[in-house]
Design a protein around this ligand. Sequence first.
Ligand code: MN
Length: 128
Amino acid sequence: MAGERVLVVEDNEANTALFTALLEARGYCVRCIDDGEELDRVVAEFRPRLILMDVQLPGVDGLELTRRLKADPATAGIPVLAVTAYAMKGDRDRVLDAGCDAYMSKPIDTRALPRVLADLLAQSKVGD
Ligand code: MN
């Protein structure tokens, strides 16, 4: 669906540019932040239907940010797609234990990403 709001939390500029290009090409409305400091404010204001969350962030990491989002009834219904820089044994469990709804490792499979996003958006509890 065109215009669906996706928030990207990612500290690497090249990845941010890649995600933005991929998402905008699909008609999504994209907003990016590079750490968790503004997360609460941006989520409240932008009301993302989905969050694409880098796990390795400066300061509070993406797993802890996800735990906080999922602990708050106001934001628990936003699907979180975690993105990790390396796929290690046990990563998947850590990511899902933190409450992330799905997980992809970098480098991102750009052909698979649109389908993953569409599946997650179908589960989003955030309305238009
Ligand atoms: Mn990072």
